[in-house]
Design a binder for this molecule. Sequence first.
Ligand SMILES: NC(=O)C1=CN([C@@H]2O[C@H](COP(=O)(O)OP(=O)(O)OC[C@H]3O[C@@H](n4cnc5c(N)ncnc54)[C@H](OP(=O)(O)O)[C@@H]3O)[C@@H](O)[C@H]2O)C=CC1
Ligand SMILES: O=C(CO)COP(=O)(O)O
Length: 339
Amino acid sequence: MTKIAVLGNGSWGSVLGSMLADNGNDVTFYGNIESVNEEINAKHTNSHYMKDWKLNETTKATGNLEEALDGAELVLFVLPTKAVRIVAKQVRKVLDKTGNKPLLVTATKGIEPGTKKLISEILTEEIYPNDQDKIVAISGPSHAENVAQKDLTAIACASTDEENAKKVQKIFSNDYVRFYTNDDLIGVEVGGAVKNVIAIAAGILVGQGYGDDAKAALMTRGLAEITRLGVNYFNAKPMTFSGLSGIGDLIVTCTSVNSRNWRAGKQIGEGKTLDYVLKNMGQVVEGATTVKAVHELSEEKHIDMPISEAIYRVLYENADVATEIKKMMGRAPKPEISL
Ligand SMILES: NC(=O)C1=CN([C@@H]2O[C@H](COP(=O)(O)OP(=O)(O)OC[C@H]3O[C@@H](n4cnc5c(N)ncnc54)[C@H](OP(=O)(O)O)[C@@H]3O)[C@@H](O)[C@H]2O)C=CC1
Ligand SMILES: O=C(CO)COP(=O)(O)O
C-alpha cells in the first residue's frame, strides 16, 4: 500500500484517486472547494465534476495541504496548468518543514504561458531543483468519464529515471488501465499539452459543418506541428509522437464528445464567444491556455505552427473562423514531410 496525496479533486483527479484506492492504496485528496471536499467525505460522490458516479469509499478529502501531504510517498498533481506553480510553491514549504521527499507524478496537460515551461519543468524548479528524476508524467488517451466506468485504457508514464517510471507503472496499473513506461518525459508532456489546441480546432470544424476528411487532415497536420514544436524546441524524440501521448491522445481528444477542448471548439465554431464557452464549461479547457504559450514559442523561435496560430487568432484576436480556414488552405504549396 502506498500513501498518496492527490492534489486536485476535479474530474480527472477524483477518478484517478479513486482508481488508486481501488488498487489498494491510501488516498487523500487536496481540493480548494470546501463543498467538494465535504461531499467526498460524507457521500463519496463529486456531483459537480462526475455525475452519477461514486468514488472508492476509503478515499478522504481535505482543504488542508499539510494534512494531505502528511507521510505521502507519492504526490499526484491533477490541477489545471494555471494552478500548478502556485500549489507547487505551497508543497515545497510543507516538504521543507517535514523533510519528506515523495515521488511527484503529474497528470496535468499544459504549457505555462510566459515561461513556456512544461509541468515537469515547473515541478523541478519549484520542488526538486536538483532532482528531475523524482518526477513522472502520465499522459495518454484517457477521459475521466471512461476510466470511471472502467473502460479499457492505455497511458504512458514517463520519467528520466526508469525505476521511478516503473514504480508508477506498478502502482497505477490494474486490469482496465494499462501503463507503458517511456523515457521521453518532455516529449510525452508536449503531446499531451498541444493536442488540446488541435482538439479545439477539431471542434471548430464540426461546429462549422465540416466532415471526416477535414477532421483527418486536421489531426494529421496537427500531429506534424506538435512534432515540429516538440523536436525543434523541446528536444523531444520524434517517435514519442507516434505513441499514446502523441497520436493516441490526439485521436481521442479530437473525436470524443467527452473532450472539454473539443466541446469548447464546437461551440466556438457555432459562433459562441470564448468567454461564454469558458464560463459555461464548468471544467478546465487547457487548450485555451496552452495556445498562448504555443503562440509565444511559434513567434519567438520561428516554429511553423499554422493551426495553433489560427486558433490563437480566433480565440484572442477576434479573427473570423471562415477567413482563417480560407487562409490556411491558401498557403504556399509545400512538401508533406518537413520538420
Ligand atoms: N478530465 C479528464 O478526463 C482529463 C484531464 N486531464 C488533465 O488533468 C488536469 C485537470 O483536469 P480536470 O480534472 O479535467 O479539471 P477540472 O476542471 O475537472 O478540475 C480541476 C480542479 O482543480 C481545482 N483547482 C484549481 N485551482 C486550484 C488550486 N489552487 N488548489 C487546489 N485545487 C485547484 C479546480 O477548482 P476550481 O473550480 O475552483 O478552479 C477543480 O476542482 C488538466 O490539466 C487536464 O488537461 C488529463 C487527462 C484526462
Ligand atoms: O486529455 C484528455 C484526454 O486524454 C482530456 O481532454 P479534454 O481536456 O479535452 O477533456
